[in-house]
Ligand binder design. Sequence first.
Ligand SMILES: Cc1cc2nc3c(=O)[nH]c(=O)nc-3n(C[C@H](O)[C@H](O)[C@H](O)COP(=O)(O)OP(=O)(O)OC[C@H]3O[C@@H](n4cnc5c(N)ncnc54)[C@H](O)[C@@H]3O)c2cc1C
Length: 386
Amino acid sequence: MTSYALPEPERLRAAVTDYAHSFRSTALEMDRPESDPKTLNPIVSDAYNQLFLSLPPEYNQDPLIVDGRPSYLYSCVERAVVYEELAWGDAALLISAPGPSLSGVVTEQLADPVQLERYYTRLAKGPTWTFFAVTEPQAGSDATNMSNALVETDGGKVMRGRKKYVGNAARADLGVAFARVRPGPLGISAVTVDPSRPGYHATPIPTMGMRAFGLTEIHFDDMPVEEDDILGKHLSPTRRGMAGAMRTFCLARPIVAAMALGAARACLDYAEEHRRELRGEERTALEKLRQRHTGIRHLTLTAAARADNDPSDGTMSSAAKFKAAELTLECAEFALRQFGPGARFEHPLLDKLHREARAFEFMEGAGNMQRLNLAQGYLKRRILND
Ligand SMILES: Cc1cc2nc3c(=O)[nH]c(=O)nc-3n(C[C@H](O)[C@H](O)[C@H](O)COP(=O)(O)OP(=O)(O)OC[C@H]3O[C@@H](n4cnc5c(N)ncnc54)[C@H](O)[C@@H]3O)c2cc1C
């Protein structure tokens, strides 16, 4: 629950529309492999407090103002509304922006009060890039099988291992990485990482889409870890480590769903705007996609409200992410089809949208993992008639 009144979704959406257009203005430049969001679009720094900081009110002196009232984007519902709109402009720029991202969500789930205060204070100082590292070369969906480890040495604890497909890690000021401390699913801890420490190496990976995000492979080469960096030590073993990651995913998946919906809408808008005339069946197909978009937006906002209320039940979050990712790909394919065989060359924005549409399937867990969560939620009677 937030300590301030949430704005109406439509008013909140309208309040960030100009920002979304600014995102769009650099979308193609941002797609170049060498592009750097730190320098290419000043909005990521200029609108840091309004769009990206999303911390409790006491840590944000200059929030977004909607109808004369502050909106701190501290709730999942607010973020779902805003992120859909901004992703319409450019999802890649959105995820490559500074701010707490998932590292903030997991820190809130697992940190003790001193760690949390330190984290918030650091982020509130100014644009701060962060990362959240779970995936490994041999452990993606099967994250509990991770091998990156916290190892005790004569000189103290060190982190040793690798993470892969971690966004923003080469430019980050701060991050959270998961590491094994003991065998078994409960033997995993989340650790705050300071990338300036020796032994931290982040190497960019070339990608087909979301290039601005700068996916990287991280090598932890005996990077020193302080006791204070380990999150969740004050919690019971069943509430720390991967349990914190699960609650984080529950809060993150409606946001990924919202971003997917923004990208889906961008595809449909593009097709409508640039095709001189849609034939009967094309118009019908477009209208059906728009209707599904409306339905999945409702599902996403319902999931976001549930996640705000109880982040331990991720059923609806998984449903929203799965349905939104599926829709985005269909919208991107529909839009490309409207422009014939040369579409990718003649419509570079559509080409980018189509290349990026698949990313939503994998971000915060592959589609089949969402299906499994949904099936488990169904068996536990967690799917209600909202
Ligand atoms: C744009 C983008 C950004 C990302 N950002 C981050 C980040 O910041 N931090 C981070 O840690 N990770 C990040 N990831 C990685 C992402 O979380 C993983 O890609 C995802 O968890 C899947 O893991 P994997 O790639 O190893 O695929 P795998 O787990 O190998 O899955 C491959 C395929 O097999 C299927 N599959 C796997 N297991 C099963 C099963 N039991 N039953 C049925 N099907 C199964 C999956 O559905 C998938 O289709 C990012 C990925 C992308 C694309």
